[in-house]
Design a protein around this ligand. Structure first.
Ligand code: FBP
Length: 697
């Protein structure tokens, strides 16, 4: 007989098969780290130069010209490969440099490869050059917190997600004092250049830093990062200079993967609606891409809702010779009705389950909520301008904040020139649930953005949906369709004639594969009444069991599971697209620095096409800026791009809406998203929205 030894835990841990299996480094990570992203052709040359072009034009905002005079006339610079040529060029290109890099804002898959590309290019040009990482985001610049990046450190993060190598933060360099401290850090460290990897706000910061450091000869280069995908740069002729920010593809892919698992789940146990909120602070690009990758039953696109026109209201108003302003843009209530309609239609064909995708920023596109956001932004900003203690410190509790709003509403009655918060606003605001009031009053981020990730958007919407479904159920309009075959089998099994009861129970008996119980039958009591009225049941008798069974099966329970897809996708490992894109962005950054550029954003043109057409370039940041409301006042910022409802990608999703809703008997259209492999040889090797949008030019 085999004698089993009693092993100590420490001995078990030393066994190679065990230590390998539970090592901190999985086989996936090992293979990822060894992946070598392809380099764009220009980077195969020993040296690069910048070809300035006037081909692209920008409509420059006068305020940008005023505030950013030294970088406003920057041009688009295309990176070209070359030999070293003369000695001067060689010396300049390969001189020893100190380059700093900082991550700013939310993490996005691929950031480590920007560092890797920059590091490799800098060391290739001159092994004596140093690359420093500023720690914890812009705070690292303000407070002079850096580490010098080593080969080992860089190698251990290649092709891996997150920003963990140097961390990130959301601080904005928005005061004279912070700007002076940043300038001091950069000069004291003798930095030749600083690379700001960030979203619209961080690239805005980069432009202001570039202006500040222009005469101090520290170059500043931005890199377009954000999973939200809202940095999409076009010139005034709509030529695409940067089709998408990095991180978008990986995050969307991760969301799609998880959501397609939910589709498999709900179509198996057929009892839940999975409500999936996906990140994207304002723009719905992530929701759109996710929809294309996994075909949920319903995907809301915020930008589409803002464009909504209620033609029935307009017609009615026209007949009455008036104008109905509420006919433009969708209200929260109307949206909940649209969702209910889709849920009811699926239930009618026996599908009381499904997958719903809601973009995080959807409320920004809902009329009345947008108004609240703007009003509250103004109120909080005004308060902070006047008083010493900031609004959120002075009024930490919701009740205190509501009290303050009430005081403002009273003031509006007394002072005719005070209109930002009146009694009607206060009444409407008091009508919404406390958790949502709290969300709307939540602190704005350092850049003045409303923090949608902190607001349970899906809860707000689903509460309205649930309430309305109860009404529809009580009116007999929300019912689960009964498969005719099941009905006949159930009745026949107990000896009842299905054809006798069919016309009494259903309003479409013999006409459809799925039978709808008559609207007047909404309970066992009403079922009994109908049978009695039709002379099929005596008053003192019970409803026959099979009829009860059929009725029970038609009663819908609306059960939801809510999910938030954001931080998980943001922390996912980069796809082949993002690995390759970001590595080449890092190489681009070095080329821009080595050729003296500043105030430029590194981009790669033609991302919507195959890799062999990718074209690295530097795009001027200042000319792309415009004025936007932030913290209640207008500020110069980089313009964000939202979903264009005329785009091919949106139109394709729109045209497939009915198909994906699948409110017909039979199969679902769910699509299982492909795995995240580094071969770059699958149909989703780049964002599907890019593929589609490139078809029209
Ligand atoms: P960035 O624009 O900084 O890349 O961040 C985008 C984002 O991921 C949004 O989608 C989300 O609303 C937000 O960050 C969440 O922010 P936080 O990390 O502060 O919770």
């Amino acid at each position: 007989m085999e004698v089993r030894k009693n092993l100590e835990t420490q001995d078990i841990l030393k066994m190679p098969i065990i230590s390998e299996a539970i090592s901190d480094i999985s086989t996936e990570v090992i293979s990822r780290k060894s992946f070598i992203p392809q380099r764009c052709d220009v980077f195969e040359s020993p040296c690069t130069f910048l070809e300035e072009t006037d081909h692209f034009e920008f409509k420059i905002h006068p305020e940008a010209r005023k505030q950013l005079p030294d970088i406003i006339n920057n041009k688009v610079q295309i990176i070209r490969g070359t030999d070293f040529g003369d000695l001067e060029r060689k010396n300049n290109y390969t001189r020893k440099r100190n380059i700093g890099i900082v991550f700013s804002g939310g993490p996005a898959p691929g950031g480590h490869n920007v560092i890797a590309g920059l590091f490799d290019a800098a060391k290739r040009a001159n092994p004596e050059s140093s690359v420093f990482g500023f720690l914890m985001g812009p705070d690292g610049i303000i407070e002079n917190e850096t580490i010098e990046l080593t080969q080992d450190l860089v190698d251990s993060h290649r092709n891996l997600g997150g920003f963990s190598m140097i961390k990130t933060g959301r601080t904005k360099i928005d005061t004279q004092e912070k700007m002076a401290l940043s300038s001091q850090t950069l000069t004291s460290l003798q930095m030749d250049a600083l690379v700001v990897v960030g979203g619209d706000d961080s690239n805005t910061n980069a432009a202001f830093l570039a202006q500040e450091m222009y005469h101090k000869k520290v170059q500043i280069i931005g890199v377009p990062k954000t999973i939200d995908g809202d940095i999409q740069v076009r010139d005034s002729q709509a030529n695409v200079l940067c089709a998408i920010s990095f991180g978008f593809h990986s995050a969307a892919h991760a969301f799609a993967k998880s959501i397609s698992n939910l589709a498999t789940d709900c179509s198996s146990d057929v009892k839940y609606w999975h409500v999936c909120k996906v990140m994207g602070r304002v723009a719905s690009h992530l929701a759109l891409e996710t929809a294309l990758q996994c075909h949920p039953n319903i995907t809301l696109i915020g930008e589409d809702l803002a464009d909504y026109i209620d033609h029935r209201r307009i017609e009615k108003a026209e007949k009455e010779n008036t104008v109905d302003y509420t006919a433009f843009g969708m209200t929260l209530r109307h949206l909940s009705r649209v969702l209910c309609d889709a849920i009811v239609r699926r239930a009618a064909v026996g599908k009381n389950y499904g997958v719903l995708v809601i973009p995080e920023g959807v409320l920004e596109f809902i009329n009345e909520i947008q108004t609240f956001i703007i009003k509250l932004n103004t109120i909080i900003a005004d308060y902070n301008r006047i008083y010493d203690i900031p609004f959120h410190e002075e009024f930490p509790l919701l009740e205190d904040k509501l009290d303050y709003l009430r005081r403002l509403a009273r003031m509006s009655r007394e002072k005719s020139d005070f209109s930002v918060w009146n009694t009607r606003d206060d009444d409407l605001f008091n009508d919404i649930p406390a958790f949502f009031q709290e969300g709307l009053l939540t602190e704005r981020d350092a850049h003045g953005n409303f923090q949608f990730s902190q607001v349970p958007t899906e809860k707000v919407l689903m509460e309205l949906v649930k309430n309305y479904l109860v009404i529809l159920r009580d009116e007999g309009r929300y019912k689960i369709g009964i498969a005719e075959s099941w009905y006949k089998k159930t009745m026949s099994k107990s000896g009842a004639d299905p054809d006798i009861y069919g016309p009494l129970l259903f309003n479409n008996y013999g006409q459809s594969e799925f039978l709808m119980i008559k609207p007047e039958i909404i309970s066992r009591k009403t079922l009994k009444q109908v049978l009695e009225n039709e002379g099929m049941l005596q008053e003192n008798k019970n409803v026959p069991e099979p009829l009860k069974k059929v009725f029970e099966k038609s009663v819908p329970k609306f059960k939801t599971q809510t999910h938030f897809y954001g931080y998980d996708g943001r922390g996912s490992d980069p796809t082949w697209f993002d690995c390759t894109y970001t590595y080449n962005l890092g190489l681009t950054v070095f080329s821009l620095i080595a050729n003296g550029a500043t105030g430029q954003m590194a981009t790669i043109r033609n991302l919507e096409h195959g890799f062999d057409r990718w074209e690295p370039m530097g795009v001027p940041i200042a000319p792309m800026m415009h004025l936007e409301e932030r913290k209640g006042k207008l500020e110069l910022v980089l313009e964000r791009s939202i979903v264009d409802v005329k785009s091919t990608a949106f139109q394709v999703v729109k045209s497939l809406r009915e198909k994906w809703l699948a409110a017909v008997p039979g199969k679902e259209c769910y699509r299982i998203a492909s795995p995240n492999v580094l071969s770059g040889n699958n149909i989703e090797d780049r964002p599907l929205i890019l593929k589609l949008n490139s078809l029209n030019g």
